[in-house]
Write a protein that binds this ligand. Structure first.
Ligand code: MN
Length: 211
């Protein structure tokens, strides 16, 4: 299992692969600077804490709020930043099917009426994030799909929710291409959703890997 010191693995596709929806420069800066900084700062926060160096990213996130604030806050923010960004980058693909398929497609229809209705609700949630944060499709402990938002680098994990899909709506995720128009960025993002991975995350939701 991965633990300290954490590394920032390369993107699973080329920086330019999500063009024209997500631009190359944004992908470079977002992955190589923003995610790199969260990774470096997480390692810094753990450097003098040998007792925590064997914990996985998920374990750090789950236990950070039980640590004293001077330890727990930087670990929570930076482990969350690493977790959320990896989840987001892996959750996109240049060969998106455009629509969900398999068991997840069925569950989305059942929970939200239709994919179009889900898309509307998820878009509205992503638009509703005030300031920086994420919108998520998650599965609760009862197996129900839900749309939630989180602020800053908080994750759904301490809420005992299993993440299926997320979108980063911090301005750095879209400002270079879409300027202040978050709605246009979200509209573009729908074209690059990695439904294959979302489906696998949904299928694996009970194996302890994601939640
Ligand atoms: Mn980001």
């Amino acid at each position: 299992m991965e633990h300290y010191p954490f590394i920032n693995p390369p993107l699973p596709y080329a920086y330019s692969a999500l063009e024209p929806y997500i631009d190359t420069k944004t992908m470079h800066i977002h992955h190589d600077r923003h995610l790199q900084a969260y990774t470096d700062n997480l390692n810094k926060a753990l450097a003098d804490k040998p007792a925590l160096q064997g914990l996985t990213l998920e374990q750090l996130i789950m236990t950070a709020n039980r640590m004293p604030p001077d330890t727990g806050v930087p670990i929570s923010r930076n482990a969350g930043g690493v977790y959320n960004h990896r989840f987001y980058f892996n959750g996109m693909s240049p060969s998106s099917t455009g629509v969900p398929f398999g068991e997840l497609a069925w569950a989305i229809d059942e929970s939200f009426g239709s994919f179009e209705s889900f898309k509307e609700k998820f878009t509205a949630a992503a638009m509703s994030v005030f300031g920086s944060g994420y919108a998520w499709l998650v599965c609760d402990q009862g197996g129900r799909l839900k749309i939630i938002t989180t602020a800053n680098q908080e994750t759904p994990l301490p809420l005992r929710l299993c993440p299926i899909l997320n979108i980063d709506v911090w301005e750095h995720a879209y400002y270079l291409k879409h300027y202040n128009e978050r709605a246009k960025y979200i509209d573009d993002w729908w074209n690059v959703v990695n439904w294959g991975l979302a489906n696998a995350r949904y299928a694996d939701r009970t194996d302890g890997q994601n939640c």
